[in-house]
Design a protein around this ligand. Structure first.
Ligand SMILES: Cc1cc2nc3c(=O)[nH]c(=O)nc-3n(C[C@H](O)[C@H](O)[C@H](O)COP(=O)(O)O)c2cc1C
Length: 195
């Protein structure tokens, strides 16, 4: 496995395409791994570098510099947020993101926690609701075996992408590829970058 230096949250990008960033909160590293995959995949749609940054080290006001802000988090302790997201929520909710797009993903365990699966996505959606951003990247709930989730909307959709590395790691790459393409299209990136 490659050893990657921890990203302390500096955001530097170059190039003429739309700007995107991926911020994440993790406890044991799964969400960081997925965030890096999302950033790498997203870079193909923006035509410029996309960084995955740890919320623990990030000045969240810098997120507003981007056209698309992707935020991912695990759900912990039966429906609880990871501490680095919990402590950033107020600052995230206070951002002025009018004209920007926000997309959310969550890591979780649908077998162990079918009543609180990826609840963090729902909490984050509430948080960003007051920022003026347009939330993109809803995902079908039907492909998961769950009872309830704060991320569920209308019974059939999740407010972001759910990734279950505990039970379905083999599906993560395909889910990320498909979701990132959807998010890029919903954010209008296809019109702005010749792919
Ligand atoms: C004690 C404990 C509680 C958990 N609670 C939930 C939960 O309520 N909902 C959920 O979807 N996943 C839950 N999970 C699963 C984690 O979200 C999942 O393993 C995730 O990939 C961990 O991400 P991380 O490595 O970035 O911390 C829980 C895991 C543990 C060990």
């Amino acid at each position: 496995m490659d050893v990657v230096a921890p990203d302390r949250g500096s955001i530097t990008e170059q190039g003429p395409g739309p700007s995107a960033v991926v911020a994440y909160a993790t406890l044991f590293g799964t969400t960081e791994h997925v965030a890096r995959l999302v950033a790498q995949t997203l870079a193909e749609f923006t035509g410029r570098g996309v960084q995955a940054v740890d919320l623990a080290y990030l000045d969240v006001s810098t997120l507003a510099d981007h056209d698309l802000i992707v935020v991912g988090a695990c759900t912990w302790n039966v429906g609880q947020l990871p501490p680095d997201l919990e402590s950033s929520l107020e600052a995230l909710g206070a951002l002025d993101l009018r004209g920007k797009h926000v997309a959310l993903f969550g890591t979780g365990d649908q077998i162990g926690y079918p009543d609180t699966f990826v609840d963090a996505i729902g909490v984050m959606a509430d948080t960003f609701g007051g920022t003026g951003a347009r939330l993109v990247g809803r995902w079908p709930a039907g492909e998961y075996d769950i009872v309830a989730s704060r991320a569920l909307v209308g019974g059939e959709e999740l407010l972001g992408l759910a990734l279950d590395e505990d039970n379905e790691p083999d599906l993560t790459q395909r889910r990320v590829a498909s979701w990132v393409a959807q998010v890029a299209a919903e954010a209008g990136f296809r019109d702005r970058v010749s792919i």
